[in-house]
Design a protein around this ligand. Sequence first.
Ligand code: SF4
Length: 342
Amino acid sequence: MIYRSPKYYQDFRCIAGGCRDSCCKGWEIDIDSDTAEYYRSIGGEFGKRLRDNIRDGCFVLTEDERCPFLNGQGLCDIYTELGEENLCRICSDHPRYFEWFGSVKEGGVGLCCEAAAALILSRPFALCETEVPDEDAAGDYDEELFELLLRAREDMFGVLLNEDIPLYEALCEVLDIAADAQSCIDMPSDEPQTCSDTEAALHGIFHCLSELEPIDGNWKPYISKCAEKLGCAAESCREHETYLRRIALYLIFRYLMKSVYDGEVLGYAKFAAVSVIVISMLYRCSPAENGCCSFTDCADIAKNYSKETEYCEENMAELLERFRTEPFFAIDSLKLLLPRSL
Ligand code: SF4
C-alpha cells in the first residue's frame, strides 16, 4: 500500500530528556491489550513494579500527573528495561498519527509535541509517498466521496502553498472550497448567522476556548490574559505568516480526509481557519523583547494550542458542534476576522 506523509516526518526524533514538556505527563495513557498481557508476564522486581503501576488498563499517574515510569532524567524506564519494541502502542506511536483509506495510509507527526512542532513550523510543507506492507485498518467509506474530498484538499493545498496569495485570502478560499464540498455530500452542515463585529467575534472565540476542558492548568489563565490584550495586540510579524501557513497545511492534511468517515469537511476547514486566527492572536499578544515572538515561543504556543484542542477528543467534538451554532464561527464571520487577525 501507499504511505503518504509530509516530508519532514522522516526527520522526526523524540528529544526525550531534552523535552521541556514531555508527553509522559498530564495525559491518561491507555495500554493496548497485547502489551498489557506481555507486561503481566514479566517476572522479577521490574515485573512487580509494572503490575503495581497499572490499573484498569492505564498507568497509574503520580500526584503531579507524571507517568510512573518517567524517571528524573526525563527518560522512560520501560524503554530502558524492556527496549523500545516493548513500549505500548500509544507510547511507541506518539506523536505520530495515522489514517487508513483502502490501499492508502496517511500519517505524520502531531503539533502537540515539542520536537514535532519545531519541524512543522520550520519546514516547507511537501508530501512524499512510499510503498509499505499492506495493513487492513480502513473502515468502510464512499469511494466517490473520497475522490471529491481528495480534489478539494488538492485545491486547498494549491491556494495555501501559493505564497503570492496572502494567508487570510487563501484561508477564505479554503472555507469556500469546503462549503462547496459540504454541499455536494449528503450531510449538509448548518451555518449560523454572521457576526459582523470582528471585536465581538474575536472575544467570542477566546471565550469559547476558555470554556473547553483544560488539559494543562496554565492554559485557562493564559488564554484569559491574552483575551484582555486582544484590543492592543502587537502588529503581526512576517515570519509568523510562514509558521501559520504551515500550521494550516498540517491541519488540512491531517483532518480533511477524515471527513470521508464523519462528513465534517466544513468543520475541519473551519478548525484550520480558527486555529490560525487564535494562534496568530496569541503570537501578537505574547510579550516579546523586540516586539516579535521568537521561533521557540511560536512553536510552544502552537503546541499548547494543539494539546488543548485537537488532542482532546471532547474539546474537538465540542468545537465542531459550536462551529455549527455560534455566530462568530460562521463562514462570513471568519472571513471578516482573518484579515483582522493576521
Ligand atoms: S513531547 Fe515529543 S519530544 Fe517530548 S518526550 Fe514526547 S515525543 Fe518526545
